[in-house]
Design a protein around this ligand. Structure first.
Ligand code: SF4
Ligand code: SF4
Length: 168
């Protein structure tokens, strides 16, 4: 029994080390190894007028996945445009958070109605981003957040032409 528990312990340690190793490898593979030192203090969070959680960009970078959903709570755009961008995007309708698709199909909100985003893919948040640098200035570690944002913008294909977006 004791030996079985020891083996389980060793196996759990190996899995944990592989997991941590993959995160470190991703940080280096993305050429942004500094992203490993972000300790999620959220000091950057309150600086964004678009309600973007800039630490989410770091998470996306570490995961090597630009489709990670991150908080973006203050971008306004027509519902049809939100649904075309990503039907699974979460938006705020009154005090609820629903997908853009559900807002159209179930709540029957008019496609031209302006909605407010809640959680969007990191690559889309990077397109919304004003690149004002306020989050970068607030980062207690001085991490180059704008560099990640630029990379995510470039990874999301052609510009989304979001000139019409608005800030509440
Ligand atoms: S650079 Fe982008 S994410 Fe950072 S505070 Fe400005 S708008 Fe928000
Ligand atoms: S302020 Fe810097 S260290 Fe803190 S969560 Fe934001 S990016 Fe990470």
């Amino acid at each position: 029994m004791k030996r079985g528990l020891q083996l389980l312990n060793v196996a759990a340690m190996v899995v944990l080390m592989l997991f941590l190793g993959a995160i470190v490898a991703n940080g280096f593979a993305s050429r942004q190894p500094w992203s490993l030192v972000c300790y999620k203090c959220k000091a950057c969070n309150n600086s964004c007028v678009l309600g973007i959680d800039p630490q989410g960009f770091v998470d996306a970078e570490l995961a090597g996945n630009s489709q990670v959903y991150i908080y973006t709570t203050n971008v306004r755009l027509p519902l049809a445009q939100a649904a075309a961008l990503d039907p699974a995007m979460l938006i705020t309708v009154e005090d609820r958070h629903v997908t853009a698709r559900a807002a159209l199909d179930e709540l029957h909100i008019a496609p031209q109605q302006e909605i407010t985003t809640y959680r969007v893919q990191a690559r889309h948040a990077a397109q919304f981003c004003l690149r004002c640098g306020a989050c970068e200035k607030e980062c207690v570690l001085g991490l180059p957040l704008l560099r990640i944002i630029e990379k995510l913008r470039n990874s999301s294909g052609p510009s989304l032409h979001l000139e019409d977006r608005d800030v509440q």
